[in-house]
Design a protein around this ligand. Structure first.
Ligand code: THU
Length: 143
């Protein structure tokens, strides 16, 4: 798929961002294993720690719609910023391999940078590490 549809979805999602505290609107879109696009925006809260980032909202929507594998991600912000560490970790959870997932970071002036998820999070914490832990979740529990 051409990434323009993914970027357009992220841009549209950004329009819905709820950012009364920071004013920093973020829109994200993820493409799943069936080439469906799921979008999310950041939703802030008066209790600042309850704020949800756009990328995690997009992933939650993907999972709620039955998607389990991310093919690509687009994020749109004023300045083309990259996803935060917590969002990178959540993206990695649903990446078939972090080397395979492109993260397209787009600024409102139209400029963009494309990274592999593995460039942004080179040592992702993955479920196989949990499965190796005695008493931890087993691979058979992960289906
Ligand atoms: N934010 C995101 O939506 N995604 C990120 O990856 C980084 C930060 C939001 C959270 C908050 O609403 C605003 O940007 C400023 O931190």
């Amino acid at each position: 798929m051409d990434n323009s549809e993914l970027v357009a979805a992220a841009k549209a999602a950004r329009e819905a961002a709820y950012t009364p505290y920071s004013g920093y609107a973020v829109g994200a879109a993820v493409q799943d294993e069936r080439n469906r696009i799921h979008r999310g925006c950041n939703v802030e809260n008066a209790s600042f720690g309850a704020t949800i980032c756009a990328e995690r909202n997009a992933v939650a929507s993907m999972v709620a719609h039955g998607g389990r594998s991310i093919a690509a991600v687009a994020v749109v912000t004023a300045d083309g910023g990259v996803p935060c560490g917590m969002c990178l970790q959540v993206l990695a959870e649903f990446a078939p391999a972090t080397e395979q997932v492109e993260v397209i970071c787009v600024a409102m002036d139209g400029s963009s940078r494309t990274f592999k998820l593995s460039d942004l999070l080179p040592h992702a914490f993955r479920s196989d590490a949990v499965a190796r832990t005695p008493g931890g979740v087993q691979g058979s529990d992960l289906t």
